[in-house]
Each structure stands twice: as C-alpha cells, then as structure tokens.
Design a protein around this ligand. Structure first.
Ligand SMILES: [Zn+2]
Length: 243
C-alpha cells in the first residue's frame, strides 16, 4: 500500500481535475493521502476534501502566510477533524519577517502539543531555529517534509524525534545529499510524499500518482524491494496517526 503523506489537493491544477487525479492515484496504488493546508483561506476546501475516503487533512498556517496570523480558536475547532497540524514551519528564503514566522509557528506548536497532534513541518534555511522551537515545544510526532539535505542535518531531526519526508527531489540524479539521507535513514523513521503539485519528479510535474516513482527510487537507493519501502512508509504514517 502506498501513502502520499503530503499532497496539496486543494491547490491548482490538482483541485480542478480532482476526479482524474484521484483515479490516477488509485490506479497507481496510492490508497491514502494526507492533505495539508497553507492558510486560513483554504481550510474549508481541505476539510471538504477530507470527507472523501482515503483522504485525511491537516490544518495550519504556512510560514509564507504568517503575516495573516493564526486564529487559534478556529484552528482548534478545525483540528478536531484533522490527523495533524500543518503545514507549518520556517522559511528564511521568503520575504516574511522572521519574528512573525517564529511567533506563528510557536503558537501552533503549543496548540499541537496540547492536542496531542503530530505536525507537518516546512523548513528552508532555518534549521537551527526550527530545532530550537521543537526542543522547547516537542510535539507528539513530526514530519520534516520534502527533506533534501544531507545525513548530518537529518540526524539532528531524528534525535529530536522527527520522521523524515522524502519526495520528488530524491528522483533527481543530482540530489546527492538527499540521496545519502535516503540511504541512511532508519527504516521506521521515513515517510513518502509527492508535495504535489509544488515539487516535480525528474522530468516533469507531480501528482499523487507519481508516488511510485519516489518509492522506486528510495527502494533502489536502499537496495531493498519497493514493497518493503512502501510498507515501511505506510506503517510509519499509521504510527504517526496520519491515516
Ligand atoms: Zn507542502
């Protein structure tokens, strides 16, 4: 069984072609999908997606949208129907003041901890700051999604109890750091994702039906069967409570 632990079905072009996207995912063996949200404005759409079988939801405010702030009482209500809080995190490569991003993330980490929910984390260029916040407010579980860095940084997130999310980036032959992490990650500490439509696979765009490409690459790099990789990822997703 294949689980796409991070796909943005509420975003275009996926949302307008939902029946096709879901059929192709089914045909590719993708049985479960976790749909994170990015801003308060897409919570309703994500909630409606999660009423379909095989789809679960996460709610939160992404660092790119941190300026809008977080309505914590509304988020708390939404999270009653969610498997995780997300997508949240820190991104030093966008023009959103760092203190605003940190405040936005910290408030959401405190809520996730209080509710006992795992968090789906986005991070670019802010790894030290993210690790500090995770140490201060350790969540019940966490996925550092679209991980593309090397084993040294990966180990620091593993020590913090995080799972590592691998996606389309690892299908690129030039992704040496990410591929080294794929080889080293413990079998019970990674999950697979596409991050569709935002991260493509080698040679083109992605949707959840691209997940076998990611699973195949991970299996090849680890020298094990694709079935074993798919099972390990799905078991971790289940243990985290994402299914
Ligand atoms: Zn994402």
């Amino acid at each position: 069984m294949l689980t796409d632990t991070h796909c943005h079905l509420a975003d275009q072009p996926l949302f307008d072609d939902l029946p096709g996207v879901l059929e192709r995912a089914r045909n590719a063996g993708v049985k479960a999908m976790v749909v994170p949200s990015s801003s308060m404005g897409d919570w309703e759409r994500v909630a409606s997606l999660a009423r379909r079988p095989g789809i679960t939801a996460a709610f939160g405010v992404h660092p790119w949208n941190a300026r809008e702030g977080v309505d914590l009482p509304s988020l708390r209500n939404r999270l009653a129907e969610a498997v995780a809080l997300g997508e949240v995190g820190l991104d030093w490569k966008v023009d959103v003041p760092r203190n605003i991003q940190m405040d936005c993330l910290e408030a959401q980490l405190i809520l996730a901890r209080e509710l006992g929910l795992p968090v789906l984390l986005h991070c670019r260029g802010a790894f030290n700051e993210l690790l500090e916040l995770l140490k201060a407010h350790p969540p019940k579980g966490a996925v550092i999604h679209a991980f593309s860095r090397g084993p040294e940084l990966m180990r620091r997130f593993l020590e913090q109890g995080c799972h590592i999310g691998f996606g389309g980036a690892v299908t690129r032959a030039g992704a040496g750091n990410a591929r080294a992490s794929v080889v080293e990650v413990p079998e019970d500490r990674f999950v697979l994702e596409t991050d569709a439509p935002w991260i493509g696979v080698e040679g083109g765009p992605s949707e959840p039906s691209s997940l076998p490409r990611v699973a195949g690459t991970v299996a090849f790099l680890r020298g094990v069967s694709r079935k074993r990789v798919e099972a390990a990822s799905s078991e971790s997703a289940d243990r985290l409570g994402l299914l």
